[in-house]
Design a protein around this ligand. Structure first.
Ligand code: ZN
Length: 448
């Protein structure tokens, strides 16, 4: 069969979930480290919260998009409303492995009862579940109106150009994604934009702890085997990246390759059972208050004055976390919307709120991200010693493009900058809501 002609140009964005910049050493990541040495690089900081894809694809901070975490307080529209009518049965539903079949049942019944697309209840305990709706994944993020603002997929669609989306929910398996990416490029599919995500570094570091450099304090329960496991995962990601890059070079006239670690990962030093603390107050869960536990931020909603008094007192002057008052919430660009809490209680770096609603109690979690303090000083990540205790540090940009021919380190940049970069590469106008700055902007990086 004659080969298809080489397409003229494509942009490939690969998210290396939770790839810290310091993972990319010459030993563990020779290919990506080489790209950093000769291409465009930066340390990447994530905005607060847990909705990185909305940030990357719309170029906005959480207070602009009103997307901050996977779930938001929304009792009216919750697909789990029906759970509230079950009474004591629902109250007994707690985040434990043995409850897995029940969790799957909740997912199925909620989908049927609400007609909504995404109804995975995570591990939200029964008394709180009926209050929550899904925020970022209410439908596949590349579909029309999936995001709160015009995103890169909408812009391409409007121009009649095609894209390919190879990440969750298409697949969450790195080997499968890798194969789909290679097939796409070997068959010379002509897309303006291809997006993929590798998740093993995130998954691996949550369970084994991040691989911190020599001189940094590792996770409290991390073993040598854990470190070896992480080093192997990094080498494997690097190998996959090299193969993809080579396949692009062989099959496209021009290509832009961006591999991005979207955030860092902190070693977990201490666990605090916030759920138990709150539930031992003389209050009734679900009736007096509602509680959501992200691993690094607890969100509380008050339905009585007593609940507000008791919970606020509980969170005041604690050695492992602090209340984020409205002014700081505004400064950090966390939405003030009630959807994300009447009160926010943030974990100090290295502290894990436990059991959070995304992991079962039986799993030991040794790495976590989403801390408000990431241990970055100026645009420098921490170096060594005591100040690195629990530091999340940053992700990383590795970019190879004919538009960025000279090696350049852009220093500390924010994940919002991905969106205007994609717009520039695709040749589409950047919408007015954009709050980022293209990686290709600036001295010595003139756009062709
Ligand atoms: Zn994660």
């Amino acid at each position: 069969m004659p080969e298809a002609p080489k397409p003229r140009e494509t942009t490939f964005l690969l998210i290396l979930d939770a790839c810290r910049r310091d993972y990319l050493t010459p030993e563990n990541a020779p290919f990506l480290h080489g790209l950093m040495e000769r291409g465009l690089t930066a340390s990447i900081e994530s905005p607060p919260g847990f909705t990185q894809r909305t940030t990357m694809f719309t170029g906005t901070y959480p207070d602009t998009s009103n997307a901050f975490s996977a779930f938001g307080y929304d009792p009216e529209n919750s697909p789990f409303k029906w759970v509230g009518k079950l009474g004591p049965v629902a109250r007994a539903y707690q985040p434990r492995k043995v409850m897995y079949p029940m969790r799957m049942a909740v997912k199925r019944i909620s989908r049927w009862a609400s007609g909504q697309y995404h109804t995975d209840p995570a591990w939200i305990p029964g008394p709180y579940l009926p209050a929550f709706s899904v925020v970022e994944d209410h439908k596949p993020i590349f579909e029309e109106n999936a995001m709160p603002l015009t995103g890169i997929f909408d812009l391409l669609r409007a121009q009649g150009r095609t894209f390919k989306y190879l990440a969750h929910p298409i697949s969450g398996n790195d080997d499968e994604i890798h194969k789909m990416v290679l097939d796409t490029f070997r068959q010379r599919e002509d897309h303006a934009f291809v997006f993929a995500q590798f998740s093993n570094l995130d998954e691996g570091a949550h369970h084994k702890g991040p691989l911190v450099p020599e001189g940094f304090v590792p996770a409290k329960t991390q073993t040598d085997a854990d470190r070896a496991f992480m080093a192997k995962e990094i080498r494997e990601i690097d190998r996959k990246c090299r193969e993809i890059h080579q396949t692009l070079a062989e099959n496209y006239q021009t290509f832009h390759f961006l591999a991005i670690g979207d955030h860092g990962m902190a070693p977990v030093m201490e666990k605090v059972n916030v759920l138990k603390m709150v539930e031992s107050l003389p209050l009734k869960a679900g009736r007096d208050y509602t509680l959501f536990l992200n691993s690094t931020i607890a969100n509380a909603w008050f339905h009585t004055e007593k609940a507000e008094r008791e919970i606020r007192a509980l969170f005041t002057d604690k050695p492992y976390g602090r209340i984020i008052e409205a002014e700081e919430r505004r400064q950090r660009r966390i939405p003030l919307d009630r959807r994300y809490g009447d009160l926010l209680f943030a974990a100090d770096p290295g502290v894990l709120f436990w059991p959070d609603y995304f992991h079962v109690v039986e799993h030991d979690i040794k790495g976590m991200h989403g801390y408000l303090e990431k241990g970055i000083h100026g645009d420098e990540p921490p170096r060594a010693g005591q100040e690195t205790w629990g530091a999340e540090t940053t992700g990383v940009l590795c970019m190879d493009s004919p538009l960025a021919r000279e090696r350049k380190d852009l220093g500390l940049r924010n994940l919002v900058d991905v969106f205007p970069t994609l717009c520039a590469l695709a040749g589409v106008d950047v919408p007015g809501h954009n709050e980022g700055r293209s990686f290709l902007e600036g001295p010595g990086l003139a756009l062709a």
